[in-house]
Design a protein around this ligand. Structure first.
Ligand SMILES: Cc1ncc(COP(=O)(O)O)c(C=O)c1O
Length: 340
């Protein structure tokens, strides 16, 4: 099956398994896993942050990030398409006792003017705005990237109002490659960020929360409380490190494939897409003739797995285990689709 459902479906390559197999390990709850300590330092340095805490998932990275910045009854401003808002099981309420304030951004991207309007006053009855949380790239927005300028404006706004800016950077690697922005430039315009090794980079497990020493000290404690303290996790650190060293450089090829698919989808009378909206590895398109389930069945019968993405939208996501040949087959499936 050519699996375009997500960039999380990749399998470790032989070389990645090899790196995992050879990883030196120790008990990370005692901070004794050498590979993990090295990875946390390495990634923190890449983003220009003081420290990092390895966590099992992007969800845990985001939720600990919010927890570090908030007290119960605080409010977090967020885009209405955000993963934190839609796909983390309302964990912000459960874990931090906070409220999310979703705003209608542009394909998952918030502007400083929109956010400014939403910052609360200080009346007794007002929730306390504490955090602005942004997602780069925006998954539900269709892999959209923030410009550094917009991020900078948001960061400045949060300084003026004494708020924290948290970045859900599950696919920040894709944003960096697509826009030519350095990781350290992203790190300079947020307080905390959560990054994933298990999306386009292709590690089997693992994310990291990054921020100041003080924030990460708190984060390490919350990670333990949530049951995310791991023991000999060096094998996971080895996979993440391998992914950074060997798969990061392949993301551009995923983006080119996504663009190619978007062009072919745009030429089909059965689908609707603005191909210029495809900026990274995610392609969202709408079924305008026939049904989503018919279309998904058609693709499945051509050995292509896609995922329904709400309403009449379908998502295709590229990753390094999709070959040029695979892409050709996907394009053929689009071109021959007759709506039946
Ligand atoms: C933008 C974004 N943030 C966070 C996550 C959560 O990552 P995880 O599935 O590792 O919890 C995802 C997962 O797909 C995501 O797309």
């Amino acid at each position: 099956m050519i699996d375009l459902r997500s960039d999380t479906v990749t399998r470790p390559t032989d070389s990645m398994w090899d790196a995992m197999h050879k990883a030196p390990v120790g008990d990370d709850v005692f901070r004794e896993d050498p590979g993990l300590n090295t990875l946390e330092d390495k990634v923190a340095e890449m983003f220009g942050k003081e420290a990092g805490v390895f966590v099992p998932s992007g969800t845990m990275g985001n939720q600990i990030g919010l927890k570090v910045h908030t007290q119960p009854a605080d409010e977090v401003i967020i885009d209405e398409n955000a993963h934190i808002y839609h796909s983390e099981g309302a964990a912000a309420g459960l874990v931090s006792g906070i409220q999310l304030r979703p705003l209608p951004g542009n394909r998952g991207v918030l502007s400083a003017s929109l956010v400014k309007e939403a910052i609360r006053s200080h009346n007794d009855w007002d929730p306390r705005t504490r955090v602005v949380a942004i997602e780069n790239t925006s998954n539900k927005g269709g892999g959209t990237c923030y410009s550094l300028k917009t991020m900078h404006e948001l960061f400045q706004l949060t300084r003026v109002h004494k708020l924290a800016l948290h970045l859900d950077g599950a696919r920040i690697w894709n944003a960096s490659v697509a826009t030519g922005t350095k990781l350290s430039e992203y790190g300079a315009v947020c307080d905390t960020l959560s990054v994933c090794f298990s999306k386009g980079l292709g590690a089997p497990v693992g994310s990291m929360l990054l921020g100041s020493e003080e924030q990460m000290k708190k984060a390490r404690r919350f990670r333990k409380i949530l049951g995310g303290g791991m023991r000999q996790a060096g094998m996971l650190a080895a996979a993440a490190s391998y992914a950074l060293d060997h798969h990061y450089e392949k993301l551009d090829a995923d983006h080119l494939k996504a663009k190619k698919l978007a062009e072919v989808v745009a030429a089909s009378p059965f689908f609707d897409i603005r191909s210029e909206h495809v900026e990274t590895n995610i392609v969202l398109f709408r079924v305008v003739r026939g049904t989503v389930s018919n279309a998904l069945d058609w693709f499945a019968s051509r050995n292509v797995a896609l995922i329904p993405f709400g309403g009449n939208t379908i998502r295709a996501t590229f990753h390094f285990q999709i070959s040029d040949n695979d892409l050709e087959q996907v394009l053929q499936a689009v071109e021959t689709y007759n709506g039946a």
